[in-house]
Design a protein around this ligand. Structure first.
Ligand SMILES: Cc1cc2nc3c(=O)[nH]c(=O)nc-3n(C[C@H](O)[C@H](O)[C@H](O)COP(=O)(O)O)c2cc1C
Length: 433
């Protein structure tokens, strides 16, 4: 967790859904301040000043997104909090839903009110049962205190937030697929353009979509001020980030650190390093859709722009550590299978590409591959990258390209020896790496 300075999360003295515990840490102050006389423009300007960027994966500036919605000429608007979280190695939204439901709720109330939403929703992962219960309890308490529902705090403002159970797929977290599924259609991404739900969202109307963590930042920024928020992080990526740390570390978990903190600090100081005296072989700094980095890159600052410059990405900060006992072909195959299973099948290059990538990877891992298969893998990656209505297939290709670039010798060894030299596919899968 962060030491001194601004942070997203305050320790709560009570149950996570206990409204009094949240209020003791300054909870609902921002919402009250807003209702007492802040304008929507004031809120958007404060967000712009804060430089907050979306925590759902793309890092889009939140103030700019909110500005678009308040100035849209179509009057009917919607708001959706994206709590679909389904990427391997990402579990920070789950943590927030479970331990800080009021903070999310306050962020949602502020967002929905700013968007002047006709209806507002939290789209929640279908497996998050305990988290959902905490949220429901928090909502009941907020209603009882007059902070949501009808005539909020006597101001005449009416605002309800509904829970919508997610479709239980990775693609359903992509915002346009999520909106499609909320309209009762298959959870498949829409063709772009139009690029943004702020232009064409739920029922084709302007819709504000934000990630759970993004929304949890809003009450803190409005209550403490943008200049408080920018005290940590970097100039272009201010604030803190919640890192989901998993894989080969002694203490996996969710850690809040200033944006730009070196990857090494996260792994060694927070995660307690690699267990069993083993070494870091590779790290996925932003989940399986972005290129891996190796142990000589552990001083990379963990923020959107620095990672992009290094040829990878932060995504939603699902950091997966791989140790030197792991077969990288098996590790890559595991994620290739994930992409194959999760492709919604709508776009032919994704449907066929993810399937063929997984088939070739299986062949190589089983010792049945040839050098020609490696050429085919690379060719296929080049062919499918950038195609599709969402970035799933690009992620699947980047994964294989990155593995081949960094660990080509392991692929060659599987082919030369006609078997997995680690004999570790099942071990890696069982360990959940
Ligand atoms: C395949 C795929 C899955 C995604 N899953 C999620 C998700 O589970 N939660 C989320 O907030 N964003 C997810 N996103 C990103 C959303 O499309 C969108 O950018 C985000 O919800 C916007 O919120 P933000 O601006 O607050 O980051 C996903 C994107 C893709 C391409």
């Amino acid at each position: 967790m962060t030491a001194a300075g601004p942070r997203l999360l305050e320790k709560l003295d009570g149950q996570p859904w206990d409204i009094e515990a949240y209020i003791r840490t300054g909870g609902y102050e921002a919402w009250k301040k807003y209702l007492a006389g802040m304008s929507r423009e004031d809120v958007v300007n404060e967000l712009k000043k804060s430089g907050l960027r979306g925590r759902g994966g793309a890092g889009f500036p939140t103030g700019i997104k909110w500005d678009k919605i308040i100035h849209h000429r179509t009057p009917e608007h919607y708001f959706v909090c994206n709590a679909g979280e389904h990427e391997p190695g990402t579990f920070k939204d789950r943590y927030l839903l479970k331990h800080h439901p009021h903070q999310l709720l306050e962020g949602c109330l502020i967002a929905a009110h700013t968007a002047q939403a006709k209806a507002s929703f939290i789209y929640i992962n279908h497996d998050y049962n305990e988290e959902r219960k905490h949220l429901e309890q928090a909502m009941a308490q907020a209603k009882a205190k007059g902070l949501m529902g009808k005539n909020i705090l006597g101001t005449g403002v009416d605002l309800e937030i509904e829970l919508f159970t997610g479709m239980g797929s990775y693609v359903a977290g992509e915002e346009t697929a999520m909106l499609e599924s909320m309209q009762g259609r298959p959870a498949m991404p829409r063709q772009k353009p139009p690029f943004y739900p702020t232009d064409f969202g739920l029922y084709g109307k302007p819709t504000l979509v934000n990630n759970v963590e993004t929304l949890c930042n809003i009450p803190r920024i409005l209550h403490m001020g943008a200049s408080w928020f920018t005290q940590v992080g970097t100039e272009k990526c201010p604030g803190t980030m919640l890192f989901s740390l998993s894989g080969a570390v002694t203490k996996p978990g969710v850690y809040e650190l200033p944006m730009g903190t070196p990857l090494r600090t996260l792994i060694e100081e927070c995660g307690g390093g690699v267990p069993g005296g083993r070494k870091v072989k590779a790290v996925f700094p932003g989940g399986p859709s972005f290129s891996m980095v190796t142990d000589d890159q552990l001083d990379l600052p963990m923020e959107f722009d620095a990672l992009k410059k290094a040829g990878t990405g932060l995504g939603s900060a699902g950091v997966i550590v791989v140790d030197d006992a792991t077969c990288m072909v098996a590790q890559t195959l595991k994620f290739s299978n994930f992409f194959k299973t999760e492709s919604c099948g709508q776009c032919p290059p994704c449907r066929m590409g993810t399937n063929n990538l997984a088939t070739l990877m299986t062949k190589i891992e089983n010792g049945e591959g040839t050098q020609k298969d490696l050429d085919s893998l690379l060719q296929l990656c080049g062919f499918v990258k950038g195609t599709g209505y969402c970035t799933l297939v690009t992620g699947a290709a980047v994964l294989v390209q990155s593995s081949l670039k960094l660990f080509r010798h392991e692929f060659d060894e599987h082919i030369a020896r006609k078997r997995c030299p680690y004999n570790s596919q099942m071990a890696a899968v069982a360990a959940g790496h």
